[in-house]
Design a protein around this ligand. Sequence first.
Ligand SMILES: CC(C)(COP(=O)(O)OP(=O)(O)OC[C@H]1O[C@@H](n2cnc3c(N)ncnc32)[C@H](O)[C@@H]1OP(=O)(O)O)[C@@H](O)C(=O)NCCC(=O)NCCS
Length: 133
Amino acid sequence: LELTNGQYTITDDKHRVDIDFIVDALDTTYWAKGRKREIIEQSIRNSELLSVFNTGKQIGFARIVSDYATFAWICDVYLVPDERGKGLGRWLMACIQEHPSTQVGLQLLATRDAHWLYEKFGFQRRECMYKRR
Ligand SMILES: CC(C)(COP(=O)(O)OP(=O)(O)OC[C@H]1O[C@@H](n2cnc3c(N)ncnc32)[C@H](O)[C@@H]1OP(=O)(O)O)[C@@H](O)C(=O)NCCC(=O)NCCS
């Protein structure tokens, strides 16, 4: 999958990913602060990654963990602050919805403050259970 809109490109080609960018970006988030580089690399190896580029420079990404049959988990959705509020999040989410990994019965995600983005794509709020290691 690769889509272009003017200077912006979204691709699921992992060979093009800027891993330094992702490590630094995740460290600024509330959900992945301090996540180690080896863990990030392994998580990317074992899931789908959509990368967002502005004229060749990576500015965002999202990950999808899918069994390609029954469910998919959308996570690590991120855009650099300068590029927020321009519709790129919506475009990224639309690309996620087109991706083969999300053509499954159930999609799940968790968010603290971006419900507004996912509700536009039909996601509903539900309680769930979780366990931390
Ligand atoms: C969440 C995030 C990916 C959204 O991307 P974005 O490019 O800022 O969002 P968009 O500009 O595409 O906005 C999508 C829609 O939500 C609306 N919106 C934008 N910010 C909003 C806000 N704070 N509250 C409510 N609605 C908002 C926009 O108006 C737009 O609506 P429209 O398409 O009907 O006009 C981005 O803000 C981000 O990286 N945030 C920090 C990381 C994060 O919180 N990730 C999500 C964790 S699950």
